[in-house]
Design a protein around this ligand. Structure first.
Ligand SMILES: [Fe+2]
Length: 364
């Protein structure tokens, strides 16, 4: 089974027209259905080309291939690793610490069960904030200056270019999602509305998006089942993944089935994060996922080795967040849902801090 592919082109062409053509309305419903039932979907945005993705992957393969001492110069531990590099062995996957999550994993049948990691994730990652920096916020450490490594003259252009394209795709999707399907007030994550000065939950002047690039060394971790990122959910609103050159991402659908993700060339993968789950009172639950070495990963690594290509598995992810200073709580009709009591009102930035502490990125 593969995830459905939602085409963004018809939406982009019809944007702003009233009423929306039927194929676009159907696309909105498809997006909402996927997020409710699967927590994920594949998106084809004609603005995100395979060439853009390749340029980005080439640069990051070169970066992760540098010596550890060089990469550690970009480490910003005091900023909770929210900018710059996070070395291997720092981030502890939530499933290794969280008893509730472990109980949930226990209930998954053996054939679908995630791999239980041993200790911290062995992947490197690079965090890059894309877009404007909020002027007034209580959460300044989430908005630190970006870190640029020496010897990479195109770094800013490539990171910003690819990051912005992925954000553009996620924003259209957020807009699609809210437009018809949730029957909420139009201010709910409605980009078009926000551009007209709406200053509610997804305000362009106050939201923060992070481009997170993971680097996993397939010359070092060659055994099937090696865990690069243990079973977890993402804490943000919507996550968008660029296509990697190596497979290895498993996701779990809401009904519990495991799916090895295959993203066709020119496409992106979108997953629901915890902030979306919170805002919808659990209706769109955050998608669980892991990155491990699979048979397919080993085959792709072998082919790369034969061809003399890099063995770093690079993946690009944009974490779309709601504004740190916005209140996270079930919105509209979700506030009266049975499960709404599980999602008490909390400042989004406080929620993010508590999650970072739980996975040991924020230390005392
Ligand atoms: Fe993730």
């Amino acid at each position: 089974m593969d995830l459905p592919v939602v085409e963004l082109e018809p939406y982009l062409e019809a944007r702003g027209s009233q009423p929306l053509p039927e194929n676009v309305r159907n696309s909105c419903l498809e997006v909402a259905k996927c997020l409710r039932e699967a927590g994920a979907l594949v998106l084809r945005d004609p603005r995100c080309t395979p060439e853009d993705n390749d340029r980005f992957l080439n640069m990051m393969e070169r970066y992760f291939g540098m010596a550890d001492e060089f990469k550690r110069q970009q480490e910003r531990r005091h900023l909770h690793y929210q900018v710059g590099v996070t070395p291997e062995g720092v981030e502890v996957p939530r499933c290794a610490l969280d008893k509730d999550l472990q109980a949930r994993m226990e209930k998954i049948p053996d054939s679908e069960k995630p791999r239980m990691p041993v200790g911290a994730d062995p992947k490197w990652r690079y965090m890059w904030r894309v877009g404007p920096r909020p002027a007034n916020t209580r959460f300044k450490e989430f908005n630190a200056d970006p870190v640029v490594p020496e010897g990479f003259p195109d770094w800013i252009e490539v990171m910003d270019g690819w990051g912005r394209k992925m954000i553009a795709a996620v924003e259209v999707k957020a807009s699609l999602f809210s437009f018809l399907s949730l029957t909420l007030s139009k201010t709910f994550v409605c980009i078009d509305c926000c551009r007209d000065g709406c200053d509610w939950i997804w305000p362009s002047s106050r939201r923060i998006h992070i481009l997170d690039v993971s680097g996993s060394d397939l010359s070092k971790f060659t055994e099937e089942g090696s865990v690069f990122a243990g079973y977890h959910y993402d804490l943000n609103f919507l996550t968008i993944h660029g296509r990697s050159r190596f497979p290895g991402l498993n996701i779990w659908l809401k009904q519990g089935q495991k799916l090895l993700v295959r993203v066709p060339p020119g496409c992106l993968l979108v997953q629901a994060g915890k902030e979306l789950e919170w805002l919808t009172g659990g209706e769109c639950s955050a998608g669980m996922h892991e990155v491990i070495v699979t048979k397919e990963t080993i085959a792709a690594a072998e082919a790369a080795k034969q061809a003399g290509r890099s063995l770093w598995r690079v993946s690009s992810t944009v974490f779309g967040h709601i504004a740190s200073d916005a209140i996270l709580q079930p919105l509209g009709h979700f506030a009266s849902a049975q499960a709404a009591k599980n999602y008490p009102a909390t400042l989004a930035g406080d929620y993010v801090e508590s999650e970072l502490a739980a996975i040991r990125l924020k230390t005392a």
